[in-house]
Design a protein around this ligand. Structure first.
Ligand code: ZN
Length: 258
């Protein structure tokens, strides 16, 4: 499922292939994924405009096009595909942007997420909000303030996009494992040292993940073992726990995260 690092990868991909290019037409194979206008409305707003440099906030990709903006959310299975030579579209290419030098395809098998059209910045903010600060951008001081006033568990807090934007299940588990914090801990009860560790590890996990353009499965990471049947703590503590926390399948080590 696309998390911050995946969308950061899509942002770079978009910047590399689509930014600076003129939109000749918009093909909508699945009108249901154009969430707040019609296929015709989307085409009318974009035809003849040039895509500009995209930005990302949390799991959202915001692609301005000389006034209009396309807001993209990738749901569970979304991604972008560039085709220069017009090879056959994939059955899950739901929306396609024919540009002057190729075609950008929004592919999404399971159809969560979608595209929104915003006429200006105010409309963009309205659609995105309420959204917490981007997990890559939030300072330690701001993070401490947020955590201090948060009710409920730390894992639920990290997953909540209105609290902090961009983290999904894999990133949240990885961050808490590295910070040695039990995912069920009450956020506001965490010690100063632990909150600092969560913030530090969040930055570090995101820095490395963003370089990969996804959450990597690395040796020495929880992601490297978490899908194994009898997954063991990479720190050598034996079997990992796997239970539902904050509504999501959560993997952690009861030895180092206690
Ligand atoms: Zn451990």
């Amino acid at each position: 499922m696309p998390e911050l690092a995946d969308v950061e990868g899509f942002r770079r991909y978009f910047a590399r292939y689509a930014a600076g290019h003129e939109i000749e037409s918009v093909g909508v194979a699945d009108p249901g994924l154009v969430r707040n206008t019609s296929a015709q409305g989307l085409g009318r707003a974009l035809r003849g405009h040039r895509f500009e440099k995209p930005r990302r906030h949390g799991k959202w990709l915001i692609a301005p096009a000389e006034g209009a903006r396309v807001l993209m959310h990738f749901g569970m299975t979304g991604l972008l595909v560039w085709s220069r030579d017009g090879e056959d579209r994939h059955p899950h290419d739901r929306i396609t942007f024919r540009l002057d030098e190729g075609e950008l395809r929004y592919r999404n098998m399971r159809r969560f997420g979608g595209l929104w059209l915003a006429r200006d910045e105010a409309a963009t903010e309205k659609k995105l909000g309420p959204l917490g600060p981007d997990a890559m951008e939030v300072s330690e001081a701001a993070f401490r303030d947020l955590i201090g006033s948060r009710r409920g568990g730390i894992k639920a807090a990290l997953l909540d996009q209105t609290f902090i934007a961009g983290l999904g299940n894999l990133l949240s588990d990885e961050i808490l494992w590295r910070a040695r914090v039990d995912p069920r801990s009450r956020a506001s009860k965490l010690s100063r040292r632990r909150v600092g560790a969560v913030h530090r590890e969040m930055r570090e996990v995101l820095r490395i993940s963003n370089r990969h353009g996804r959450v990597p499965r690395l040796d020495g990471w929880l992601t490297g073992v978490r899908d194994e049947r009898e997954a063991r703590c990479p720190r050598g503590h034996g079997r990992l726990r796997r239970e539902t926390v904050a509504g999501r399948t959560t993997v952690w080590c009861s030895t180092c995260q206690s």
